[in-house]
Design a protein around this ligand. Structure first.
Ligand SMILES: Nc1ncnc2c1ncn2[C@@H]1O[C@H](COP(=O)(O)OP(=O)(O)O)[C@@H](O)[C@H]1O
Ligand SMILES: [Mg+2]
Length: 457
């Protein structure tokens, strides 16, 4: 028998914790109702298309499915079910201790994980089982020890290292989860595939010393930890961030760090304002799935339809006018750097209904370097009617509403931005030679195809 589950959503978007409303989950649907105070505050809602300016006092509803068992916006607040997700392992261990048995797979456990890890993460939405837990959590966080020396105490730091070595490098070491929580605070869920933590770092510091998120005089970062089976991946990702930045894309500050066998990429968080307040951030996947109940996965849309979807979205939300062109430019950069992994969770919108835009670039890792990720585009395209991929990607400009002249400019810029890419890939000696060769060859082919048509436009 299923029963309704209840939870609450809070936010700290104004600097003070406030309740947004009540969340209810039945076997058929998720529903959410704003509090009157939150509606009258006119602040951003829990998701773009579920904003209070659209729904007011009406209950926002979403028909759940096995694939999306909660509101799509909530998916990134549940730690991902992949073997290297640090948060999932951590919370499953806690749950196991609480239940006295292995937590059974299924919705009950996912819901519990959402209650445990669904606050303090990326964006401005914090989910809790009830109001008392919410108030308590904000109080504890406010008193979190901000002592800058805290992570230097070698005992605690070595606990963190032991945890990372155990969970990421599979070394047989024990660690004390409680000591890690004392250094870094509770570990909220972060989406994506590879291990990562939300911490802060000293900008420019050469040695990897990590502090609690939000520590004063530090940069809050998403800290990505390189999986040993993808050696050099974070070097490639850092190179792609640099290449985007050099050609004018908005790219967060980032730094590669190494410590013995552990390799990190610290990327400054852009889901926070300069004074540390949370900024709404929602993946395009979540936005599209909330708007179209038949949409369940990245594969449910063709690249050729993306421009139209963004047009439709801009009738509801105030999207920055050149969003379509920026999207096309990002797709070309992904093609020309060998990033086949530009899926709809690697594209996000920042801001609320009144003012939203594409987030800065993140996760541009050229995964095609690894044979099992050698996919041209994670968002599928319809190849019918095209002589080859070059013709298709040139024609794609039109589907984003661009003229032939604008399309030509975008292609020209993307080719120029990536002109030294293969040499720079070849120079990354931490990346295995096979991966470098594969990537260089793939990128060479894509350039040839695009150049052939780009020059004829
Ligand atoms: N600099 C950042 N600021 C804010 N959120 C970020 C940033 N980088 C990544 N994220 C969020 O974290 C998630 C996981 O990061 P990502 O780099 O995509 O990791 P993975 O390589 O594991 O997919 C992203 O989907 C996005 O929601
Ligand atoms: Mg990602």
């Amino acid at each position: 028998m299923t029963r309704n589950r209840h939870a609450v959503i809070w936010t700290c978007i104004s600097g003070e914790p406030e309740k947004m409303g009540d969340l209810l989950l039945s076997a058929q649907q998720a529903s959410f109702t704003y509090t009157e105070d939150y509606i009258s505050s006119a602040q951003a809602g829990f998701c773009l298309l579920g904003d209070a300016s659209i729904w007011g006092a009406d209950t926002v509803v979403y028909p759940v499915s096995e694939r999306i068992p909660v509101f799509p916006r909530m998916l990134s607040l549940i730690p991902g079910a992949n073997p290297r997700n640090l948060q999932r392992r951590h919370y499953l261990d806690l749950l196991k201790a609480r239940l006295g048995k292995e937590p059974p797979p299924g919705l009950e456990t996912e819901w519990r994980l959402l209650m445990m890890g669904g606050h303090g993460g990326i964006g401005h939405v914090d989910v809790f089982p009830d109001d008392i837990s919410a108030e308590q959590w904000y109080r504890t966080r406010a008193s979190l020890n901000d002592d800058p020396g805290v992570a230097k105490r070698s005992g605690r730091r070595s606990q963190l290292w032991r945890m990372l070595k155990r969970e990421v490098l599979d070394e047989n070491l024990d660690f004390d989860a409680q000591q890690i929580e004392q250094v870094l605070g509770p570990t909220p869920s972060v989406g994506g595939m590879i291990s990562k933590l939300l911490v802060s770092v000293t900008p420019g510091g050469k040695s990897p010393v990590f502090y609690a998120p939000g520590a004063s005089n530090k940069k809050s970062v998403v800290l990505k930890v390189e999986p040993p089976e993808y050696r050099g991946m974070l070097d490639l990702e850092a190179l792609c961030l640099d290449i985007h930045a050099e050609s004018g894309f908005e790219v967060p500050w980032h730094q590669r760090l190494d410590d013995e066998d552990l390799h990190f990429l610290a990327v400054e968080r852009f889901d926070q304002s300069a004074d540390g307040l949370p900024v709404p951030m929602e993946s395009l996947f979540s936005v599209l799935a909330t708007g179209d109940h038949k949409f369940r996965e990245s594969g449910d849309i063709f690249l050729q339809e993306l421009g139209g979807k963004l047009d439709r979205l801009s009738r509801v939300a105030n999207l920055v006018p050149d969003t379509n062109e920026q999207m096309y430019r990002r797709i070309l950069m992904a093609l020309l750097t060998g990033n086949g992994d530009l899926h709809l969770d690697n594209i996000a919108l920042l801001g609320g209904v009144a003012d939203c835009r594409l987030s800065p670039i993140y996760d541009p890792a050229p995964m095609r370097a690894w044979p099992r990720h050698n996919l041209v585009s994670a968002i599928p395209y319809n190849p019918e009617g095209y002589e080859d991929r070059g013709a298709l990607f040139v024609d794609l400009g039109g589907s984003f509403g661009l003229s032939a002249r604008q399309t030509r400019q975008c292609i020209h810029d993307a080719l120029a931005a990536t002109s030294s890419y293969t040499e720079r890939v070849a120079a990354l000696d931490r990346v295995p030679a096979r991966q470098r060769q594969q990537l260089v060859e793939i990128v060479r082919q894509e350039r040839l195809l695009l150049e052939k048509y780009g020059s004829a436009l």
